[in-house]
Design a protein around this ligand. Sequence first.
Ligand code: NI
Length: 155
Amino acid sequence: MGVIQIVKEADNEEFLRKKSREVSEITPRIITLLDDMIDTMRNANGCGLAAVQVGVLRRIVVIETEEGLFELINPVIIKKSGCQEGAEGCLSLPGKWGLTKRPSKVTVRAMDRNGDTFELTGEGLLAKAICHEVDHLDGILYTDKVIRMLGEDEI
Ligand code: NI
């Protein structure tokens, strides 16, 4: 296990714009990647991280909120409802925050590290984090969807 350097938009936006590939098989390498992603997310005090942010173009996401720790492999959002507006940031764009509009409730279908499919429904921050991280897998950053960036005095 270990902390991996996070790819920053300022250093390598081109890489963050790439589309990640599906995971076809859970290998020991995928398990190690999941563990390292969790360490990296916690070390950076983040609530979500996509594999592309640690230099791996695989459809893998980790999220940690008050509801718990979630590992999502090949996540697909299957249901969205409501709307929430609020501040959003990203570990690849440190020190920046933007005002975004996201669904207030989201259901995602994904695979866990045992290869089993499950569904997760999240509201509030968890819904926002799911949308943000799944976007990363298609090379989308929150700044693409931002209503406006926030000044330091607004954070
Ligand atoms: Ni992000």
